[in-house]
Design a protein around this ligand. Structure first.
Ligand SMILES: Nc1ncnc2c1ncn2[C@@H]1O[C@H](COP(=O)(O)OP(=O)(O)OP(=O)(O)O)[C@@H](O)[C@H]1O
Ligand SMILES: [Mg+2]
Length: 320
């Protein structure tokens, strides 16, 4: 399969003036490749390095070291050639407020040197496809979050790129607009567009992406298909117990011997029980707690999920 995005041991250190020489390691050596036609996800919490990765791949940010290539072209060496091949939907709304929706599209295409008649035709087609035709001649002030997002994607596609980068495309959208966005992106991918998307919603990555790279603190923690990633959580099932005063070693040891338990992780006032069988386990754990005078104040059972995996890898939740 043809590789269209190559990232190799990529590092980026910022030295913000405001912090007087204290370095921020935004990317600490991440590597991955994306094939033509793939739907690839970068999943990670705030500050993980998602926007920095997209920034480098889209020529907006210079890497400190490592490899970043689009269709074999080094992004830092030949940004002009790279820009022609990619469409970018940034995290922020950077649409020009003084232009109408249609003008935004036309202006972008003109910038990329698309001939006039073609610009018109493409703008018309994209406005229709993204259900913006009836608002084509309006400025974007009154547009909903979903409309702004669709217009940003339309603009990114005006010069017919082979690869689309989307930085958290559904953050701030209501559930219905999010679903509509998922359908739209799936359709674009099915028509052959390679997509790299960042998100901190695991359901989104799970639903859309063929492969997901989980990143945190500028490092790649895991990279695989959603199904394989979920399978890599020890046991799969997770029971979380909240314990008043914290768990003691004897309780953790006793839990370990219960049927189905694969791994126990205890820290502060929480015990996590990773298990491959869930039947009766919560009841047995509660019985043990009772016997040992351990006070369980909350219990939560979850199925195999990317959230479980992130928790397993980092000890932290991906949810805010
Ligand atoms: N221009 C910059 N100057 C200084 N530090 C920066 C700059 N850009 C990013 N950083 C820092 O680099 C780290 C990674 O930031 P980045 O924006 O890539 O994360 P992110 O995964 O996109 O987070 P979010 O989910 O909040 O968008 C953070 O610690 C951030 O503060
Ligand atoms: Mg970001």
């Amino acid at each position: 399969m043809e590789t269209v995005i190559t990232v190799g041991d990529l590092k980026k250190t910022f030295t913000p003036k405001a912090r007087k020489g204290i370095e921020v390691k935004a990317l600490d050596g991440i590597s991955f490749e994306v094939s033509r036609g793939e739907f690839f996800g970068l999943l990670g919490p705030n500050g993980a390095g998602k926007t920095t990765t997209i920034g480098i791949l889209t020529t907006r940010v210079l890497p400190s070291s490592g490899v970043a290539q689009i269709e074999g072209i080094d992004v830092a060496r030949d940004p002009v050639s790279v820009k022609r091949r990619i469409g970018v939907v940034p995290q922020v709304n950077n649409l020009d407020r003084s232009l109408t929706a249609k003008e935004i599209l036309l202006f972008h295409a003109e910038y990329f040197g698309i001939p006039k008649h073609e610009r018109e035709e493409r703008a018309q087609r994209l406005l229709e496809r993204f259900e913006l035709s009836d608002r084509a001649n309006e400025k974007i002030n009154g547009f909903s979050g979903g409309m702004v997002q669709r217009l940003k994607i339309g603009r990114a596609l005006m010069h017919d790129p082979a690869i689309l980068f989307l930085d958290e495309p559904t953050t701030g959208l209501d559930p219905q607009s999010r679903r509509a966005m998922w359908e739209l992106l799936t359709e674009l991918n099915q028509k052959g567009l390679t997509i790299l998307l960042t998100t901190h919603y695991m359901e989104e990555a799970d639903q859309l992406c063929r492969r997901i790279a989980i990143i945190d603190h500028g490092k790649l923690l895991a990279l695989d298909s959603p199904a394989q990633l979920k399978r890599s959580v020890p046991g799969g099932y997770l029971i979380e117990l909240q314990i008043r005063g914290g768990a003691n070693g004897t309780f953790s040891e006793a839990l370990r011997s219960l049927t189905g338990v694969v791994e126990i992780k205890a820290e502060n006032d929480r015990v996590r029980i990773y298990a491959d069988r869930i039947e009766g386990l919560l009841a047995n754990a509660m019985r043990l707690a009772g016997e040992q005078n351990v006070m369980v104040t909350d219990a939560h059972v979850s199925e195999p999920s990317l959230e479980n995996l992130f928790l397993h890898l980092t000890g932290r939740s991906l949810r805010e």
